[in-house]
Design a protein around this ligand. Structure first.
Ligand code: URA
Length: 363
């Protein structure tokens, strides 16, 4: 469903709208942004088509530029005062349907006065506007995104606080997976685990978490303790979580490999062996968001879910909100850089921090 309808007049604000769209796409999925009703079938009632398009959205952004009020047709008649003007029909329809309508002022435009508008648009003047200035465009769009976010119904897969019985059941189910993992003698990494007195690392955190982080594989520190992300990468992860107001206990953290493979990349047969364990973890926790940490976890998840982005690179996909479904409901996969990559790079760290900010959309 397209959830954010961007209403604008081409002659007035086309340039601004392109920029606005690109900035909003950093906060929302492109599929959720809806700009033009471009195919109205011959014979269709176009007013009805526009009404339906508006009805399918949660928010209408009315972009008002300097020429919005006075744009006129060839005969010099103001478009806004014509009964068949698309801009007018869409805004009036959103107001009638009690949608959230946010006037967005661009190009130093001012809010029009009700005296200048057709009656059905009068309520628009009472809606608090957001101004997008040239100098602070990103910051202003961020403010707009926050307002929109609060109006969009929560992700239906997002769970409220679980009762103690649900938590107990989920904990018991995770313990059963852990027991199977401990006894997984057929694992390609079992001998290495035993010879080195390592622990397997199932994961840890809230068994009913809405956000599940999935990294690559336990390192030496993790194998020595049986806990994921407790070394320097874990410190970065904890710092990023704190930045968005979360603690480790609020989320669940695991990996695509559940044993330390040594200092090397996971092998395909290892990924295949642990995949059913990871599936069980996801199935028990039923997160609304799976945030992958690093390229390995990202490719693993995107391929597993057979998403169109599955051949994409992390440099292109980091910070994107990729919507899909699991048997229990709608989820978003959010690829993030691996915390280890950012340990020594301030700019990468800033990128990771900004990408974590996207997770706030789900909180
Ligand atoms: N790196 C990972 O990918 N996982 C861990 O648990 C620790 C470091």
């Amino acid at each position: 469903m397209s959830r954010i309808f961007i209403n604008y007049r081409r002659q007035d604000s086309e340039g601004y709208v392109g920029r606005l769209y690109d900035h909003l796409a950093q906060h929302f999925q492109r599929d959720d942004l809806f700009m033009d009703v471009d195919s109205i079938p011959p014979g269709a009632d176009f007013v009805q088509v526009l009404e339906d398009a508006v009805a399918s959205c949660d928010v209408l952004i009315a972009v008002i530029g300097p020429g919005w009020l006075n744009c006129a047709d060839d005969a010099g008649e103001r478009r806004l005062h014509q009964w068949n003007d698309f801009v007018r029909i869409e805004i009036a329809s959103a107001l009638r349907q009690n949608k959230l309508v946010i006037p967005v002022l661009v190009g130093r435009a001012r809010m029009p006065s009700p005296n200048d508008l057709p009656d059905e648009l009068h309520p628009l003047c009472r809606r608090n506007a957001v101004e997008l200035s040239h100098q602070h465009f990103s910051r202003d769009v961020e403010k707009l995104a926050t307002a929109i976010k609060s109006a969009i119904p929560a992700n239906p897969s997002f769970k409220g606080r679980a009762n103690s019985e649900t938590l107990r059941q989920k904990e018991a189910a995770l313990k059963a997976v852990r027991d199977d993992l401990v006894g997984a003698t057929s694992s390609p990494l079992y001998t290495y685990r035993i010879e080195n007195r390592h622990f397997p690392v199932l994961g840890e955190g809230n068994p009913d978490a809405n956000i599940l982080f999935i990294g690559e594989a336990p390192g030496k520190n993790e194998a020595a303790t049986g806990r994921p992300f407790i070394g320097p990468s874990g410190d970065v992860l904890a710092e990023m979580l704190r930045g968005i107001g979360l603690k480790r206990d609020d989320v669940y953290v695991t990996n695509v490999l559940l044993d330390f493979p040594g200092k090397r990349d996971p092998l395909p047969e290892e990924l295949a062996f642990y995949a059913p364990f990871v599936d069980r973890i996801i199935d028990i926790i039923q997160p609304a968001v799976i945030a992958t940490l690093g390229g390995f976890a990202m490719s693993y998840m995107l391929k597993k879910l057979d998403l169109p982005e599955k051949r994409g690179k992390i440099s292109q996909l980091h910070g994107k909100l990729i919507k899909t479904r699991l048997p229990y409901g709608e989820i978003h996969v959010v690829p993030l850089y691996h915390p280890a990559v950012v340990l020594y790079s301030a700019s990468q760290k800033e990128t990771l921090r900004q990408d974590f900010e996207k997770l706030k959309l789900f909180l």
